[in-house]
Design a protein around this ligand. Structure first.
Ligand code: C5P
Ligand code: MG
Length: 205
């Protein structure tokens, strides 16, 4: 595999990153796409108690295993398959499952901090920031965390105020300036169409 097209998709929690990612996969075809979800690279916390894990600041860059993520993206670039860790949001640690990811023409790197690290940014051919208003992001997160991540309304509100919001403003929102494309209102159709038609052309070529 020579020179895959690497796309970074960053944005705040609940901004619509996964939706944009899904559209990119649909456009490129699953067989041409490798997806790296940064959530899977949260540090393993199996040595901590559940009570300790709840107190971790998951919106700080230090919460992630950057060396592993960069090494695995590098492997994909070099045509090697990887064993991506999988994360369990209910227990706040790495699950015992892995996902095998094969190298592909298009590599999508999706996550809060997809545009944070310069080494990673320099590998990317297209850098996208999904820019969605904070009230919309909060509503989406509240619904998702209760339905899918085993949380209570109170815990989502408390976490939002204490870490999600301040870390977003300090670390995530500033990465917008590194992007090539800003998607206002999340995964809006005309903007996503422009991106996917570019990927379409790339796959055909
Ligand atoms: O999908 P999304 O970008 O929203 O996922 C990132 C969010 O997951 C972060 O904002 C972080 O607060 C949250 N998270 C969590 N509990 C964990 C790990 C991450 O609530 N154990
Ligand atoms: Mg997500």
């Amino acid at each position: 595999m020579i020179n895959p097209f690497i796309i970074g998709i960053a944005g705040g929690s609940g901004s619509g990153k996964s939706t944009v990612t899904r559209k990119v996969i649909e456009a490129a075809g699953t067989e041409h796409t490798a997806v790296i979800v940064q959530d899977n690279y949260y540090l393993d916390q199996s040595d901590l108690t559940f009570e300790q894990r709840v107190r971790t600041n998951y919106d700080h860059p230090h919460a992630f295993d950057w060396p592993l993520m960069i090494a695995q993206i590098d492997d994909l670039r070099n045509g090697l398959p990887i064993k991506m860790p999988l994360y369990d949001f209910t227990s706040h640690t790495r699950s015992d499952q892995i996902e095998r990811v094969a190298p592909a023409k298009v590599i999508v790197v999706e996550g809060l901090f997809a545009l944070y690290d310069k080494t990673l940014r320099d590998m990317m051919s297209m850098k996208i920031y999904v820019d969605t208003d904070p009230d919309i992001r909060f509503i989406r997160r509240l619904i998702r965390d209760i339905n899918e991540r085993g949380r209570t309304t109170e815990s989502v509100i408390e976490q939002y105020k204490s870490t999600v919001r301040p870390m977003h403003n300090q670390f995530i929102e500033p990465t917008k300036r590194f992007s090539d494309v800003i998607l206002p209102h999340g995964a809006n159709e005309p903007a996503v169409d422009l991106i996917t038609s570019k990927i379409d052309r790339l796959i055909q070529s």
